[in-house]
Design a protein around this ligand. Structure first.
Ligand code: I6G
Length: 677
């Protein structure tokens, strides 16, 4: 029952919303469906409008941003915001440790360090007075920054009022405002859709979002803040260790990094660094290093500062995720569905831990958006699992010899016409199976492990077979003769026999594999599995109407249209008939409504490193069994699959009492349900 007194109801709604915000943004533990949150917020807004005397600056309703400012005010930091010294190797860390021990010279041979990832964001200071957020400021030059209070107020992980009543009278909290990778990708995808400018990386996106005079823009951006320390403190005492200070900040409602840890000795610091380096790509945010701080604050005080950096802390840096290189040329690749993709050939450059010499340029719109020319110096970015991207051109370095990129007017492989569907960014070759590039890509896909699994039929051999004119579609594989194979370069008796045996073995397949192997546009493994389960046999599937196709889980109008186009194409159906004539067959499967799948209605999460297959493959197998696979652990999670290196998701599952299994148990479960990996 809501309280009868509206002012009391307002207070209780504020408390409820603050608590949900804290659990969602600080503890990373969603506890309420969005609709329920929105319903309470609407009710609060309604009541606050009706009872203006109840208005309070720290109400959770006051985060949307008000009137735009004319300019940013300057803020003098009461305690300067310093920078950190850098280390670039394990050896640098050993020197750092030696310097610390020498300076302390109190006989101890190892120190305790607080370690945490260094987020690639914008350093800011938050000033709380009597627990209320008074001011947010950028670091600026360390002595003077800009007042961004109106913007920080819109960030949900920043409490407008600290929790608990025990905080110091004045508390200045420092940390990094950043944009998580997923939010950055979404923001850029939306900008691309609208033909607007995209951001180069999450850090620029965070900086651009904070540097807004209109806080309503900031409010619409997916920003978060992670706190790493304090500046000015008056009227209160903080704990005596860095890690305990962080724990206290978290109790007060501020977000701290869940990867924070305390280790003893410099070898343990280097081990922490190595472990996080392995997981860097799978973290939900960009980091550029790890910060190590002497944990004991009394020791920090004894160590003091040198010029503009504390002696007691160091940032060990990872290899840069962005580098400058030169665009040597652009080639146009034709994919399985005829999509023409411009690929940048780059002067090789070491970035994000690997040497990069190619990067996708996506499509002709992207070339135009970047304004890129051959010969240009470009910034290449490789972060996370994402394929390398050209993010911008350094125009000042454009040489006189730079030349414009000519997008082809016909298919660069088969010279067929190219077309672009309305609303699509991609140009496609209309040559279909006549196009050598599409033939090769279709055959490679057909032979791949998760499709027909034809052992020994690698990419190079497929290219040879097509180039020699021996095969032009997948059915041609099954009529290859031994003498034809022996005529190929580098093909011996044994390899030819092995390939023929592998082709023969692949004829006994399953309906889901066969559907997937056909390479129908937008029909991935999970959709193929759903189609097979829904229709049970090929004839029913191939004769299904669009309306019937739309009843299958995961099949929307676009996929249904691609499927119908495939089944209506005489050429495609002739290939299927030839495959069947050659002996390709599969057992029909029992029709199984989606809700009868063993994991229907369950929510699974996969984290950490798996040995037998990739995380994506594990997810696809779970989806085959009907599970929904989510990206984060919440109260709704049925089970977490945790491999080595599992971090915050495992911790959260344990906190919430969610079942956790290892890879071995997952493999047993899949085997029990007859799912092959
Ligand atoms: O720029 C920084 C990033 C992260 C820091 C920092 C940090 O701790 C995790 N800590 C200090 C003490 C300073 N800058 C000065």
């Amino acid at each position: 029952m809501p309280p009868a007194d509206p002012l009391q109801e307002i207070e209780s709604l504020r408390e409820q919303l603050d608590s949900w915000n804290y659990r969602y943004y600080v503890l990373d533990e969603p506890s309420v469906p969005d609709v329920e949150y929105d319903r309470c917020m609407q009710r609060l807004l309604q009541l606050e409008a009706r009872y203006p005397q109840s208005q309070r600056a720290d109400s959770p309703s006051q985060r949307v941003g008000g009137q735009p400012l004319q300019q940013f005010r300057q803020v003098a930091h009461e305690v300067p915001m310093l920078s950190l010294d850098n280390a670039f190797s394990a050896e640098d860390m050993v020197h750092f440790n030696r310097r610390l021990l020498d300076r302390l010279s109190d006989g101890s041979d190892s120190l305790e360090f607080a370690c945490e990832p260094k987020l690639d964001g914008i350093a800011v200071s938050l000033l709380y007075r009597d627990g209320l957020l008074q001011r947010g400021a950028t670091r600026g030059d360390g002595a003077t920054g800009e007042d961004i209070t109106h913007n920080v107020r819109t960030i949900r992980s920043i409490p407008l009022r600290l929790r608990g009543g025990d905080c110091p009278t004045v508390l200045e909290v420092r940390g990094e405002i950043y944009m998580p990778r997923a939010g950055f990708e979404q923001l850029n995808a939306r900008a691309r859709e609208r033909g607007e400018k995209t951001f180069v990386n999450p850090r620029n996106a965070a900086a651009g979002s904070l540097r807004q005079l209109d806080a309503r823009i900031t409010a619409s951006r997916p920003l978060e803040m992670c706190c790493y320390g304090v500046g000015l403190v008056e009227g209160g005492v903080l704990p005596d260790r860095q890690a305990s200070v962080l724990a206290r900040l978290r109790d007060w409602g501020l977000k701290i990094n869940p990867e924070s840890a305390v280790v003893r000795g410099i070898d343990a610091c280097n081990a922490y660094f190595d472990a996080l380096a392995l997981r860097r790509d799978s973290l939900p945010y960009d980091i550029d290093g790890i910060v190590f701080k002497v944990n004991e604050l009394a020791l920090q005080e004894r160590l003091g500062f040198v010029s503009r950096a504390p002696r007691w802390a160091i940032a060990r840096k990872f290899p840069a995720q962005e580098e400058i290189t030169r665009l040597l040329d652009v080639e146009f690749q034709v994919g399985r569905t005829g999509a023409i993709t411009p690929v940048a050939r780059l002067e090789p450059v070491f970035v994000g831990g690997v040497t990069v010499s190619n990067a996708t340029l996506h499509n002709s719109d992207e070339i135009e958006r970047l304004g890129i020319q051959i010969g240009d110096s470009v910034i290449v970015r490789r972060a996370g699992d994402v394929i390398p991207q050209v993010v911008s051109v350094v125009l000042e370095k454009r040489p006189d010899s730079a030349r414009a990129i000519q997008f082809p007017t016909r298919c660069p492989v088969c010279q067929s016409a190219i077309e672009r569907e309305e609303g699509e960014a991609v140009w496609r070759c209309m040559g279909g199976l006549v196009c050598g590039a599409q033939q090769k890509a279709a055959i490679k896909h057909f032979a791949s492990r998760r499709a027909m699994d034809i052992e020994g039929l690698g990419d190079k051999l497929v290219e040879q077979l097509v180039d020699e004119g021996l095969v032009d579609n997948v059915a041609g594989l099954y009529v290859l003769s031994r003498p034809q194979l022996l005529n190929l370069e580098r093909m011996g008796d044994k390899s030819a026999d092995n390939l023929l045996a592998a082709l023969d073995a692949s004829k006994q397949t399953t309906l889901p594999r066969f559907i997937f192997a056909l390479g129908i546009r937008e029909v991935g493994e999970a959709t193929a599995r759903n189609l097979a389960r829904h229709f049970g046999n090929w004839a029913a599937l191939a004769s299904a109407t669009e309306a019937q196709l739309l009843q299958v889980d995961d099949v929307g109008p676009v996929v249904a249209d691609h499927l119908r186009q495939f089944f209506d194409s005489e050429a495609s159906m002739a290939v299927v008939a030839s495959l069947q004539q050659a002996g390709v067959s599969w057992p029909d499967i029992a029709r199984q409504p989606e809700q009868d799948t063993p994991l229907a209605g369950q929510v699974w999460v996969v984290t950490g490193k798996l040995e037998a297959f990739s995380r994506d493959e594990a997810k696809a197998r779970l989806q085959e069994l009907g599970a929904k696979v989510a990206g984060s652990v919440s109260a709704k999670t049925t089970c977490l699959v945790a491999g080595p290196g599992a971090g915050s998701k495992l911790a959260r599952a344990n906190e919430l009492g969610v079942e956790v299994i290892d890879e071995q148990s997952l493999l047993s479960l899949l085997a029990t349900h007859g799912v092959d990996i």
